[in-house]
Design a protein around this ligand. Structure first.
Ligand code: SMG
Ligand code: MG
Length: 370
């Protein structure tokens, strides 16, 4: 493929419900969409950076800057035999994984379209459907949370993740367990605790959770190892895993027993596959995380989740849980059994709705090969 043009758009999409974590509330997403154009094909990627530097240091603005000033000049006008040739070219850019992943994703979509196969197949996936869970933000009351869980279970979702923070943790988990003794349940703290909170976190062991995700600081691996040695509940790492090397550190230190793979956080499909393969070889199950993606990012997550070691339900759920109207067609739907059918068309397998994107776009820039 020759990348004749790269187009970056910022779209604003209001969430149907505010999403509250230990670090803040998201009401509207400022999503960057990448469109790469090659020989009559358009490939699409999504940059999953947050509006502020609260999940990770990247933001919508830093990603725009890095794509415009550093990535686009390295990509536009270049020939690639495969999307996997992009990461070595971007290697000298430190960090900014989400910006890099958005562009790499667009190239993977083009490559799959060129070959006339689904992206899932190109990535090496072998599932016809993927297992889905939901992530429930912090709610105004325990009663409200129990009602939400009831609804999500009725919709078929296979596991429930609840966000926790100091003051909304042990008693909330206890209430959920009492009401739903048999469900697959986990919690995500988004780094709201410190190692000194070990005694408090140990109380969560009473609720036979599938895992506790990222209890300690966002950039820490070592202290998670100290904590894991004290907990029965498996720790799952999210924020500090940006590549296979860090995943290896975490596994060798026994800092976690499960890893959440997010396409943006690890810098794209190439690195996501490396993390996946390493985890598979070392007996660490993985699942696909979510960043409140639009349909474009969601479609990439569906494809990634078809790899064999994605053996736990992920945070990949139906479009309608987030948006009044998504930007792909058909929208992502979840079956009563809590699964998403993997599309069989070439590339992403969903039609990207330019009409809708145009309406939501607040700025755009195109770089063309000369
Ligand atoms: O996409 O359903 C989703 C959100 C899943 O909980 C989710 N993501 O730490 O795993 C996580 C959070 C990060 C996003 S917070 C805006
Ligand atoms: Mg998380």
């Amino acid at each position: 493929m020759k990348i004749e043009a790269l187009k970056l758009r910022e779209v604003r999409m209001a969430l149907r419900y505010p999403f509250e974590t230990s670090f803040g509330v998201t009401r509207e997403r400022r999503i960057l969409l990448v469109e790469a154009v090659s020989e009559g094909l358009s490939g699409w990627g999504e940059i999953t950076a947050g509006e502020g530097p609260f999940f990770s240091p990247e933001t919508t603005e830093t990603a725009w800057h890095v794509v415009r000033d550093f990535i686009a000049p390295l990509v536009v006008g270049k020939h690639f035999a495969a999307a996997a040739e992009l990461p070595p070219l971007l290697e000298k850019i430190r960090g900014h994984e989400m910006a890099r992943a958005g562009v790499e994703s667009a190239l993977w979509d083009i490559e799959a379209q060129e070959k006339g196969i689904p992206l899932a197949m190109l990535l090496g996936g072998d599932r016809e459907e993927i297992a889905c869970g939901v992530s429930l933000g912090i709610q105004p009351s325990v009663k409200a949370l129990l009602e939400k869980i009831e609804q999500e279970l009725a919709a078929g979702y296979q596991r429930i993740k609840i966000k926790i923070k100091p003051g909304w943790d042990v008693e909330v988990a206890r209430a959920v367990r009492e009401r739903f003794p048999g469900i697959k349940l986990m919690v995500d703290a988004n780094s709201a605790y410190r190692l000194e909170d070990t005694a408090h976190l140990k109380k969560l062991d009473d609720f036979y959770l599938m895992m506790i995700e990222q209890p300690l600081p966002w950039d820490d691996i070592y202290q998670h190892a100290r904590l894991q040695a004290e907990l029965q509940t498996p720790i799952c790492l999210d924020e500090p895993i940006h590549n296979a090397r860090q995943a290896q550190t975490a596994i060798e230190l026994r800092a976690c027993r499960i890893i959440n793979i997010k396409l943006g956080r690890v810098g794209g499909h190439s690195e996501a596959r490396k993390v996946h393969d390493l985890c598979q070889q070392t007996g660490i199950p993985v699942w696909c995380g979510g960043m409140l993606e639009s349909g474009v990012g969601r479609a990439h997550n569906v494809a990634l989740s078809t790899l064999p070691n994605f053996s736990l339900p992920g945070d990949v759920s139906a479009s309608r849980r987030y948006w009044e109207e998504d930007i792909i067609e058909p929208e992502v739907e979840v079956s009563p059994e809590g699964t998403i059918r993997v599309p069989t068309g070439a590339g992403l397998g969903y039609r990207v709705r330019r009409d809708r994107i145009e309406k939501l776009t607040v700025r755009q820039e195109t770089w063309r090969a000369r």
